[in-house]
Design a protein around this ligand. Structure first.
Ligand code: 6PG
Length: 235
């Protein structure tokens, strides 16, 4: 899923609401298929605001095999799990008390290196899906433009985001590449330039880390698609 070949052909949803429903359907189908084929599903989830509505839709779905569904995180802010900034808290609040097996990135641990190593040691061999949001600067997870982490051999590392308070733990490109499939969500005109750079610009991960997800499926709304050349498929 993290590779430089082929241009993605994004699915363009009419608006953020449709995007969330389509994304929830994608997550649900992945869970059902993986549990049917392998007895468990391993999903690596995105933080931030974009996927939250999709998580709420997913949490309201009946009949999903939650007990065999393992939820992981592509990154986490270095805050306690009950902090409003926590990706874990946002996701947990969104899917409610569904009994998924949630693997929390313990980024509040003062020893972030130890927390990173623990999480890396427990990662599954493959994710059935890696879900990513997109930053306006073209970051995915906490892989920010120009970051040395983009060349990292480890699977999980501490990073300092562009904003001083944003100390985080992130999965690296190497870890995110272990996805059988990838799905990138982007909503709003603020993401249009990053979407265009990621899908149509030069393959330069240092400048636009999101190019690493170019081969995955992109699910974007019309506003986020507004800087793309004509000819992209509509939802
Ligand atoms: C995080 C995310 C990050 C996010 C993008 C988009 O922890 O913030 O992992 O990569 O997906 O910054 O964020 P929004 O969806 O809030 O625009």
């Amino acid at each position: 899923m993290i590779s430089q070949d082929s241009r993605a052909n994004p699915q363009i949803a009419a608006n953020a609401g449709v995007l969330s429903i389509l994304a929830a359907g994608w997550l649900a189908r992945t869970i059902v298929a993986a549990v049917r084929e392998r007895g468990r599903a391993d999903l690596c989830l995105a933080g931030g605001k974009t996927p939250q509505a999709a998580y709420r839709v997913l949490g309201e779905m009946a009949g999903l095999p939650w007990g065999d569904t393992h939820l992981w995180f592509g990154d986490e802010r270095c805050v306690p799990p009950d902090d409003p900034e926590s990706n874990y808290k946002s996701m947990r609040d969104a899917i409610g008390d569904r009994p998924a097996v949630v693997h929390r990135l313990e980024a509040e641990d003062p020893d972030v290196e130890a927390a990173a190593a623990r999480y890396a040691a427990g990662l599954p061999p493959r994710f059935d899906l890696v879900l990513l949001g997109l930053g306006e600067d073209g970051h995915v997870a906490s892989l920010f433009p120009g970051s040395p982490v983009l060349d990292e051999d480890r699977y999980v590392v501490p990073v300092l985001g562009p904003h001083a308070l944003a100390a985080r733990l992130t999965l690296t490109p190497r870890a995110l590449a272990a996805g059988r499939a990838g799905l990138v969500l982007a909503s709003g005109v603020g993401k249009a330039a990053a979407v265009s750079a990621a899908l149509t610009g030069p393959f330069d991960p240092k400048r636009c880390p999101a190019v690493l997800a170019r081969r995955g499926q992109w699910l974007i709304d019309r506003e986020a698609a507004s800087a793309l050349p004509r000819g992209f498929r509509l939802a």
